[in-house]
Design a protein around this ligand. Sequence first.
Ligand code: ATP
Ligand code: MG
Length: 428
Amino acid sequence: MAKQFQAIRGMNDILPSESSLWQHLEATVRDVLAAYGYHEIRLPIVEKTELFARSIGEVTDIVEKEMYTFDDRNGESLTLRPEGTAGCLRACIEHGLLHNQTQRLWYAGPMFRYEKPQKGRYRQFHQVGAEAYGMPGPDIDAELICLSARLWRRLGIDRVTLQLNSLGSSAARAAYRERLVAYFEARQQELDQDSQHRLHANPLRILDSKNPTMQAVIAEAPSLLDHLDPESRAHFESLQDLLGAAGIAYEINPRLVRGLDYYCKTVFEWVTDTLGAQGTICAGGRYDGLIEQLGGQANGGIGFAMGLERLVAMLAAANQSGIDTNPHAFLIMVGETAQRRGLGLVERLRDELPALRLRMNCSGGNFKTQFRRADHSGARFALVLGEDEINAGTIAIKPLRETQGEQITLPQDQAGAWLRTAVLGTVA
Ligand code: ATP
Ligand code: MG
C-alpha cells in the first residue's frame, strides 16, 4: 500500500532504535560542556531573515540559496535558523548579557538548510554549538579546541584531525582579498561558474571550493597566512603554542576559510576520513566584529558547532549502538486476579527500584502468548503471576536468556531485593 504521507525530503525521523545513541551523545556533550563551565541557552527556531542576512553575509551559500524563508501573516520575513550563532548573539545583546562580562554558552537543536540531501547532509539537521564572548585572547580559542578534543575522547571517536587557520583582521583580509582577486582574474578561464560568481562578491570562498577541476588554481593562489597582520600572527602563534602545551595535534590548512562571512583570526575544523565526502564533524572560529555589527558592544567572540548526524554515524560505525535499553524484566499475568494484583506489584517494584526497566504485559493473552512477548521485548527475566502464585502469595522469576540459571519462586515482597542484586548489581 502506498503511504499517504512522507516526511519532507532531507528531514529525518529519528526512530526508537536510533534514539538511545542520540541520547548517549547528547548526554556526553552536556557533561563535557558543564565540566568546562558552559551554560545552556535555549533559542527560538525562527528569527527575522535580516538577522541571518546581516551576520552570515549576503553572498554566502546559506543566505543566497539555502534558507527556509517565508512571510508570516503580518508580511514580516522570517527564516528557520540555518545556524545558531546569530540567534545566540541576538539574545545576548537583547538581554544585556555582554555588558562588561564574559559568557560561556552552548545551545542544541535543529537547523534548516535547503541543500542537496545526501549522506551526512540533510535539510533539517542537528547541531550543538558552544560560544564564548568577551575574551579576545587565544586562551579561549585553545580552551574550546581542548573541550572538543576531550569530547571525542569521551565518545571513543578517533580518526579525527584538527585543521587550523587564521583569517587575520578584516583590514588584512581586505588587502589579501585584492591580491586574490587579481590572481583569479588573471586565470579567470580556469574558474567554474560558482567561482566566477564569487570572484568579486566573495573571492575568499573560492578557496573553499570542493570542485576537483578548481584544485590546481586554488593550490597556486597566494596564501592568506603570508598576509596576516602582526596582531593576528601573534594570536595564531600563541594559539599554536597553547595547543602544543596541551598536547593537541593539529594541521595548518591555509585554504580553510569557512563558509560564513563573520569569521576572523582563528578558524578550525575537525575532519574525519571515515564519513566520505561529508567529513567535517565540527567547525568554528573567531568572529570579533560580529557583535558590533549586530548592535552590541565591541567584544571578542568565538564559537563552534558540531553536526550531530555525522557524530551519530561515527558512533554507529564504531559499533557503539549497543546501548542496552531493553527491559530488565517483563511481568506476565494470567488470570483475572493476577491481572488486578499485577499492576499494584509492578508499581511497588518501581517505587523500590527506580532504575529498574520493567515492562508489564498488556492486552491479556495466555502463558504462551505472554512468554513470546516477554522474549521479544529483550527482557532478561520474566516475572510470572499465575493462579498458583496468587494463591501462595509468591512470584516466579524465569530467566529468559539461557545462561542465567533456573526458574525460582519467591514471596512477592522479596522480588525487589532479588532483582536489585540480580539486575542492578547492588545490595539494599
Ligand atoms: P559543510 O562544509 O559540510 O557544508 P558548513 O561549513 O556548511 O559544513 P557549518 O555551518 O560550519 O557547516 O556547521 C557546522 C557543522 O554542522 C558541520 O561541520 C557539519 O558537521 C554540520 N552540518 C552543516 N550542514 C549540515 C547539513 N546540511 N546536514 C548535516 N550536518 C550539517
Ligand atoms: Mg554547508
